[in-house]
Design a protein around this ligand. Structure first.
Ligand SMILES: *[C@@H]1O[C@H](CO)[C@@H](O)[C@H](O)[C@H]1NC(C)=O
Ligand SMILES: *[C@@H]1O[C@H](CO)[C@@H](O)[C@H](O)[C@H]1NC(C)=O
Ligand SMILES: *[C@@H]1O[C@H](CO)[C@@H](O)[C@H](O)[C@H]1NC(C)=O
Ligand SMILES: *[C@@H]1O[C@H](CO)[C@@H](O)[C@H](O)[C@H]1NC(C)=O
Length: 967
């Protein structure tokens, strides 16, 4: 799996365009001379028959008159004298990158009829999908094969030893078939002609003698064994090098977990190579300590990738003498020291030649030294370190620079003039402390495609309205910069934008109608958290080729208009228009939105019924319609949205019974909020089928009857969370493939009419709120089995009976409200054992007896207990019969006899924030709970801002990664 954090390391790979389609084109319709041999034509037909070709990639392989010559079929090439088929290239052209087969894979089986093609020299079936079937043994009998490529083709199982018979094979690629394995590589040692061997990500963990096998490959030039789980080799069993040598140049052993043999192996391979190694990939290999000197004598080395190890210290001095080293990647290590020192160690013959330096994610400090002597630099990637200070313009005069990333450091001062680097394509300065105003000279960077200045909250990015930059950006992120108050009109000149993020950038302007035209290629638009107003532009989106998906976030503005524009494209994955002034009915055009996962229309002015076509949203995971004026019943078709994990329909005018299909079909549902509507009828026992439910809020409806006994079957609530269980969070956050749900994930919970908002980690919170309904009967004893519950609100119903005696089993409980019911009897002593309890309200019941005098219960004030005429003892101002007189009750004035509910709530909430939440919530679950009014205060007690920033940065990365993959 490729780590999105490493996206920058992929850039060179991606900028150099991926392999062109090799397919032989069947040009020239004149079929006068048919070269194809009939037996081979029949064999190819059989081969085609056993494949599943959903995209018609083999449509030229036909029986019609004009298609008779199989030598002209797509992907087929015949020998120009003998007419035998010599090449078969059926690799899937529709892939973007290794983790993304998007389009047109051939599926099905590889037919044995290929054996008929005995002259076949070249066979390429890569990037198709063979359903985890093993690589067929018979391929080992195609004895003329020189080139065999079945990489990334979902092949599985044991790699057949028969491939060892292919004595002419010079190129063998079986990489990236996750389930392929080989228990020994003896078969490889028989491939005498092999020059390139790609077995990355095959499981070779049992191939103890792998190095012996490799040592026999005396023509090998490139060896790719990344992620193979290769066994460590004790020095004693290293094969002797005496007579073995090969022209080995490229060695890739990344992503293995050698504990002690990494250096031994490098030495062995270095001796083995007769030509000298030119490229070494050792990323993610548990190396630690300083960068070893084992590379010092490798004068031919041009690329060294030691990323993702635990290397410490600086860059050794000998690097400066490595006159052929062009590309150094030391990202994701623990390198320390000042950048200027590190760069001093790179001085020497290397200086003039170095093209690429990547140091992402280390602990390098100091300011940017003069880099201009590294005059060949094309990639300078220093993101995520601790660099600081101002950047001197003359220090980055690098004429060949194509990628500059200084993001996530602490640089200050103005953004330097970079127009000298006229080849710059990618500029990332995000998440620093740049200030001042971005100068117009940036517009001279005519090659610039990618500009990220986000999270520089003191940086002004404002140009005069007629500014016309020379670049055509594809990616633009200016979130948290100072763009406004005017909408940046220069965006009108940008016709290729795929990604725009202007989140929270101080724009308070009309959302310009011309923007609808600019947006046609957009995959991602985030203009949330501004003050934009006016009518939503009429977006004219073009249709993507391939697997493009769209995300649109215009939330938290003042935009009006209707949603008809949504109907014009079906590629939505995420739509967030919450907190605007949008109105009208929602168009019933959701039938084809098969990819839509997230739809948030909360806090607008929508009315009418929920459109029945919502029932077609088969991928929908989150649906927020809160605080609008939707009316009518929920459409039955919605029972088909079985992927839903989060529903918030609160604060509308919805009516009808709570549908039974919610409980029956929404097995993944984690959050169900129906509060403040007009739902009536019983709580259907089917709701107990929601095994994953964590927030159940049916408050303020007209629900009557009893609370079903089966409530304890909501097993997610019966599970106590361990401290910061990240799995739980991940399980939820994969709701969209790109990860943006983190940012948007939130829901609301009422604490007696006050709105409380959960952001992030919402899944760790477990709540039941059935308050303000007409529930009757007793509180089911089974409820005490929901030991994961953090909040339980049954207030303002007609519940009777007593408080369950073992309520103390709800150990995670942080707030509990049973107020305004008809509960009888004593307060159970076990209530006093709830050590995280931050808010308790038992007021206005018929409780009696002495309040158990535990420390826990005494921390609550009088208002928690008032309105129960039979209760006595502290903190009430009423002693129990037989008790000594209580201490002075001077601290009781808070309740003040008025018992204004709101008063109680805010006081209680403060207390909760102070004690329960910080200790119980924040400390234990790392949960963030926000009362809207309390937001600012709470920010101070938690580091939500940092969390939020982090999430945004992550999001950007995920997107960037996607962008580069696709671009
Ligand atoms: C025939 O093929 C050989 C190699 O396969 C090539 O060198 C030669 O140029 C080809 N001749 C023609 C006429 O295409
Ligand atoms: C480099 O080569 C020299 C001379 O062959 C040798 O003395 C030295 O030990 C080598 N250094 C390393 C780190 O292998
Ligand atoms: C890097 O350093 C940090 C703290 O300094 C430490 O927690 C981490 O384990 C180190 N990483 C490696 C791979 O050694
Ligand atoms: C930018 O920040 C620096 C240091 O923090 C400060 O000295 C300077 O005045 C600021 N410049 C502007 C234009 O705000």
């Amino acid at each position: 799996m490729i780590n999105p954090m490493k996206f920058f390391q992929l850039i060179p790979l991606l900028l150099v365009s991926l392999m062109p389609v090799l397919g032989h084109s069947p040009k020239g319709g004149n079929a006068s001379k048919i070269r194809c041999l009939e037996s081979e034509r029949q064999a190819l037909f059989k081969f085609k028959d056993e494949l599943v070709d959903t995209h018609g990639r083999l449509s030229s392989w036909g029986d019609e008159e004009h298609k008779r010559d199989c030598c002209k079929w797509k992907g087929v090439q015949c020998h120009n004298r003998t007419n035998h088929v010599i090449r078969l290239d059926l690799h899937n052209p529709g892939y973007y990158h290794y983790d993304n087969i998007s389009d047109a894979p051939l599926k099905g089986m590889i037919s044995t009829s290929l054996l008929e093609l005995q002259q076949l020299q070249y066979l390429n079936l890569s990037f198709n999908d063979f359903g985890n079937a093993p690589i067929p043994e018979f391929i080992g009998s195609l004895s003329k094969l020189c080139h065999l490529d079945i990489r990334h083709a979902n092949s599985g199982g044991r790699i057949p030893d028969h491939l060892g018979n292919l004595s002419k094979l010079s190129h063998l690629s079986l990489s990236s078939n996750q389930n392929c394995y080989s228990e020994n590589l003896d078969w490889v040692s028989r491939l005498y002609s092999l020059e390139y061997l790609y077995l990355s990500f095959a499981n070779l963990s049992k191939a103890a003698k792998w190095l012996q096998a490799i040592s026999k490959l005396n023509s090998i030039k490139g060896l790719f064994l990344s992620g193979c789980n290769l066994p460590d080799i004790p020095s004693s069993s290293l094969p002797s090098n005496i007579n073995a040598s090969a022209p080995l140049e490229i060695l890739s052993l990344s992503n293995n977990s050698f504990v002690f043999s990494t250096l031994t192996l490098i030495r062995w391979f270095s001796n083995f190579s007769s030509t000298g190694l030119t490229s070494i990939y050792l990323s993610d290999n548990n190396m630690s300590g300083p960068i070893p000197d084992v590379f010092a004598n490798m004068t031919s080395l041009s690329l060294l990738d030691l990323s993702e190890n635990g290397l410490e210290g600086g860059i050794p001095k000998y690097f400066g003498n490595m006159s052929n080293l062009l590309d150094i990647d030391l990202s994701w290590n623990n390198l320390t020291g000042e950048l200027s020192e590190l760069m001093t160690n790179l001085s020497g013959p290397l200086e003039q030649k170095l093209q690429s330096l990547r140091l992402i994610g280390n602990i390098i400090s100091g300011s940017l030294p003069n880099m201009s002597r590294f005059s060949s630099l094309e990639y300078l990637i220093l993101m995520e370190n601790q660099l600081n200070g101002c950047i001197q313009e003359s220090y980055i005069k690098l004429p060949h620079l194509r990628v500059l990333s200084l993001s996530s450091n602490q640089f200050i001062g103005p953004v330097p003039d970079l127009s000298f680097s006229s080849s710059l394509q990618i500029l990332g300065l995000a998440n620093n402390k740049f200030n001042g105003t971005l100068i117009e000279s940036i517009g001279r960077l005519s090659q610039l495609k990618f500009l990220d200045l986000s999270l520089n909250s003191f940086l002004t990015v404002k140009f005069n309205p007629h500014w016309v930059p020379l670049f055509q950006l594809e990616y633009l992120s200016l979130s948290h910069c100072r763009l406004g108050p005017q909408f940046p009109s220069w965006l009108k000149t940008q016709k290729k934008l795929v990604y725009i993020d202007i989140f929270n950038s101080g724009i308070s302007d009309n959302f310009p109608s011309w923007f609808g035209g600019v947006a046609s290629k957009l995959e991602y638009l985030n203009a949330s958290n501004n003050q934009m107003y006016g009518v939503l532009p009429n977006f004219s989106f073009s249709t993507f080729s391939g697997d493009g998906r769209r995300a649109l976030d215009l939330s938290r503005n003042k935009i009006s208009g209707s949603l008809s524009f949504l109907c014009h494209t079906r590629e939505w994955e995420l739509i967030d228009l919450s907190d605007n002034l949008l109105g009208d009915q929602i168009p019933d055009c959701f039938t084809h939105f098969e990819w839509l996962k997230y739809l948030n229309l909360a806090n607008n002015r929508f009315s009418g019924v929920i459109p029945p076509s919502f029932g077609s949203l088969s991928a929908l995971s989150l649906l927020h319609l809160r605080n609008n004026s939707f009316s009518g019943e929920l459409p039955t078709s919605m029972g088909n949205c079985t992927k839903l994990r989060m529903i918030d329909f609160g604060e509308n005018r919805l009516t009808g019974k709570i549908p039974t299909w919610i409980g029956d079909r929404f097995s993944e549902l984690k959050v169900l909020v129906l509060r403040f509507n007009k739902f009536y009828g019983n709580m259907p026992p089917n709701l107990c089928g929601l095994a994953n439910i964590q927030i159940l809020d049916l408050s303020s409806n007209e629900i009557f009857g009893v609370i079903p006994n089966c409530i304890h079957k909501c097993i997610a609530m019966a599970r106590e969370e361990n401290n910061n269980n990240p799995d739980e969070f991940t399980a939820f956050s994969d709701a969209t493939s790109t990860g943006e749900v983190h940012t948007f994930e939130n829901t609301y919970f009422t604490w007696k009419g006050k709105e409380v908002k959960f952001v992030k980690h919402v899944v760790l919170v477990k709540l039941i709120d059935l308050s303000s309904n007409n529930l009757i009967g007793e509180i089911p004893l089974e409820i005490t089995k929901l030991v994961g519950l953090v909040g339980l609100n049954l207030s303002t119903n007609n519940l009777s009976g007593s408080i369950p005696r073992n309520i103390g089993e709800l150990k995670s409980l942080n707030f509990l409200d049973f107020s305004r019911n008809h509960l009888l009897g004593n307060i159970p002593t076990s209530l006093g054992e709830l050590s995280f309890l931050g808010v308790l309200n038992l007021s206005y019941n018929n409780l009696s007896g002495k309040i158990p005098p535990t420390t826990q219960l005494l921390t609550f004030n009088e208002s928690s207990y008032m309105g129960n005429s039979g209760l006595c003892g502290l903190p009430l101002n009423k002693s129990c019969p037989g008790d000594e007189s209580h201490q002075d009750s001077g601290n009781n004035e808070m309740g003040n006899g008025q018992n204004d509910d709101d008063e109680f709530i805010s006081e209680g909430f403060y207390i909760a924030l102070g004690l329960g939440f910080v200790v119980g919530f924040w400390g234990i679950f790392g949960t963030i709970l926000l009362n809207k009014a309390m937001q600012c205060a709470f920010v101070k007690v938690s580091n939500i801002v940092e969390d939020f920033v982090y999430v945004r940065v992550e999001l950007t990365k995920a997107r960037l990664f996607k962008y580069f993959k696709n671009g």
